[in-house]
Design a protein around this ligand. Structure first.
Ligand code: SAM
Length: 244
């Protein structure tokens, strides 16, 4: 679901420009404890269609820059959310192309998609202000998912979920101090069950937009994720770290 067409289809069933588990409820879960401050600069890494960046900006968490490598998603985001700045680049290229440093950096269902997770952690550390905080909200491999992954049409659907020990080690080696690891597996189960129900409710609109194939694909992906969560292989996690 990292393609532009995929994200557009997803927006049909997600009620907004979000391509992460739990949509607005998850945003509140991730940022609810963060005081609102108009002078804070946030960096949304893998911002997709820009819904989260604008949600945080509009509600007073600070000024937001969105970074994504997908030009089509960013063209949509720029037109829809002109008050947010969007930069079309790879996460690892952040230090070369971002105009400033940030006090809050976050990734919502992006870390699992990064081919070069460690390089990205290093690049993001380089655009972090002194004392900045990083939040990674993502799928968690609860043990056994790597050996029994989810594939649809030969494509790996959650290629690199968070592995707690690995992310702790990788953060420390790239200038981040781990603050907390919060398990959100029950929340993920509820969010994916709700999403699977919404896909069925909106099946006619999905077929209208993308054909029977799109519906079959969405079912395979989201029932598949729910199945892995229910089997205890996959879950959700929020990792917080500070610039060391
Ligand atoms: C599942 S979507 C999540 C989008 C958004 N964070 C949200 O919550 O709606 C993953 C996003 O990560 C972006 N992405 C994946 N790998 C990336 C990379 N190496 N650099 C920048 N963006 C990347 C994709 O283009 C896509 O927009």
């Amino acid at each position: 679901m990292n393609s532009f067409a995929g994200k557009r289809l997803l927006a049909l069933v997600r009620d907004g420009d979000y391509a992460h588990a739990g949509e607005e409820e998850a945003i509140e879960r991730v940022f609810g404890d963060l005081p609102k401050r108009s002078d804070r600069w946030l960096l949304d890494v893998g911002c997709g269609r820009g819904g989260t960046a604008d949600y945080l900006r509009k509600r007073g968490w600070g000024r937001v820059v969105g970074l994504d490598r997908d030009g089509e998603s960013l063209a949509y985001a720029r037109a829809r959310y002109p008050e947010v700045e969007f930069v079309e680049r790879e996460a690892c290229a952040a230090p070369r192309y971002l105009p400033r440093r940030f006090t809050q950096i976050y990734l919502l269902n992006v870390y699992y998609a990064l081919e070069a997770q460690r390089d990205a952690l290093l690049a993001l550390r380089q655009v972090a202000e002194e004392g900045a905080e990083l939040r990674i909200f993502d799928y968690l491999d609860r043990g056994g998912f790597a050996e029994d992954p989810l594939e649809v049409d030969g494509e790996s659907i959650v290629p690199h979920p968070v592995v707690t020990e690995a992310v702790s080690r990788d953060l420390a080696a790239r200038g981040w101090r781990l603050l907390s690891v919060e398990l959100l597996s029950e929340e993920y189960r509820g969010w994916y069950a709700a999403l699977a129900r919404r896909i069925e409710k909106r099946a006619p609109a999905i077929v209208d937009r993308g054909g029977e194939e799109a519906l079959a694909y969405l079912r395979a992906v989201y029932r598949g994720i729910l199945g892995k969560i229910e089997a205890g292989l996959l879950g959700g996690v929020l990792v917080r770290a500070a610039a060391a």
